[in-house]
Design a protein around this ligand. Structure first.
Ligand code: PMP
Length: 412
């Protein structure tokens, strides 16, 4: 007799939960500094702007606002979101955009509608784990494209496209999670060329592009593709989570019409439509015209936090971590020296508990899940003083690890 399978499909039964979520469960402990979460700074979330808009919406609520709405999203929010995309240089009309429940849902729905189980999805060496999870749950086989400090190495991509024929390529060209990398213009153009040539649909995920510190990133793949007459298939998505608030759970998808049609069908099956009260509130927020000034406040505020962590790491972790100064987004991607042992994710949790500082080990972002000589350090959430303290504790903990490694090597 074969062993009975449990209630869960093996794909879910065997999947591990997000190690980052496990870290976050520890983040609230007394005295803990968490450089682990990629969450915005609560002090920079627009509580007052949101409250005013919420009250405005509450004052105008009628029965008809409480009805089911269109799967594509509230017409006024689609219009306002198309205007946000036009601000970013994209050609977009209201009817071209879909409102999703966070950009996470757009990734999930695209995975469902674009990838047949067993087909390949090309991804960078290090990725946002929930995107990998969505592709895996869709049955995709993940194809790793080597990645360096400038994002995907497109020169190595062509051989992979020939050998593995992936259907889809998922990429975060701006201030990627976890690497913080920005893909240069030349790579973007080459990627588009290859995508058109090999018939690969690009999923461009851009939650961080507006959070640049000194210079805006190059034009999006979607914009460059439009400028070239749209030879490639590009589904572009962005999120209101980092530029307004994650609590709204609202994202925007701009995709070719046939892909959008598939996504609407999948969304009808998933949640019918995103919450109308959140959509009304965001519509009121955008109508107030304050998004631009909010971004003007956010950019230097996050730049200052990036600077604080960068400086503190240079002071306290010199020789123990190698990293670039952040140019935008929320992350520093730091490399450990080769003399340091590769630790399991659980060991990094133990390290966090022992040193009162949480970091996310590179394994969490890798395709194989194997230990990596990398740490993702987020400067977004903690206050400046906590960032300094976190770097100091990290330095102390890493020095201890290095000393243990030296001792172990000497005893061998
Ligand atoms: N893509 C990337 C690269 C992310 O880092 C995140 C969130 N951390 C998301 C998508 C999902 O964001 P949301 O669903 O809140 O829009």
């Amino acid at each position: 007799m074969t062993a009975a399978r449990g209630p869960l499909r093996p794909l879910y039964a065997q999947a591990s939960g997000s190690p980052i979520r496990a870290m976050l469960a520890l983040a609230g402990r007394e005295g803990m500094v968490s450089l682990a979460g990629g969450h915005p700074d609560p002090a920079l979330l627009p509580a007052e702007w949101l409250r005013e808009s919420l009250l405005e919406v509450a004052g105008q609520l009628q029965g008809r606002n409480l009805q089911y709405g269109a799967t594509e999203g509230l017409p006024a929010l689609r219009e306002a979101s198309a205007a946000v995309l036009r601000q970013r240089g994209l050609a977009a009309r209201a009817e071209d955009v879909l409102i999703t429940t966070g950009s996470q849902q757009a990734i999930d729905l695209l995975a469902r509608v674009l990838v047949e189980p067993g087909e390949g999805v090309a991804v960078e060496s290090f990725n946002y784990p929930a995107a990998l999870q969505a592709f895996r749950f869709a049955g995709a086989s993940l194809v790793e494209v080597p990645t360096d400090a400038q994002g995907m190495d497109v020169e190595k991509l062509e051989a992979l496209l020939r050998a593995e024929s992936p259907r889809v390529l998922y990429v975060v060209p701006n201030f990627a999670n976890p690497t913080g990398a920005v893909m240069p213009l030349a790579r973007r153009l080459r990627l588009l060329e290859l995508a058109a040539q090999y018939g690969v649909t690009l999923i461009e995920d851009d939650p961080y592009g507006e959070l640049w510190f000194d210079t805006a990133p190059p034009p999006s793949l979607a914009q460059l593709n439009q400028q070239a007459g749209s030879p490639a298939q590009v589904a572009y998505m962005t999120s209101y989570s980092k530029v307004v608030a994650p609590a709204l759970r609202l994202g925007v998808l701009l995709a070719p019409a046939d892909i959008a049609r598939g996504v609407v069908l999948a969304k009808q099956a998933a949640d019918v439509h995103s919450g109308s009260l959140e959509q009304l509130t965001l519509t009121a927020m955008l109508a107030s015209g304050r998004l631009a000034s909010h971004l003007d406040m956010l950019r230097p505020a996050y730049a200052a936090k990036g600077d604080t962590l960068d400086q503190a790491l240079r002071t306290h972790c010199g020789g123990l971590l190698e990293f670039d100064k952040p140019r935008g987004g929320m992350f520093i991607w730091a490399k450990l020296p080769s003399s340091m042992p590769l630790l399991s994710t659980q060991s990094w949790v133990d390290f966090g508990l022992a040193n009162q500082v949480l970091v996310v080990p590179g394994a969490a972002f890798s395709i194989s899940g194997a230990a990596q000589p990398w740490l993702r350090l987020s400067f977004a959430n903690p206050a400046h003083q906590a960032l300094r303290q976190g770097a100091e504790r990290l330095g102390r903990g890493l020095r201890e690890l290095a000393a243990q490694a030296t001792k172990a090597a000497a005893n061998n």
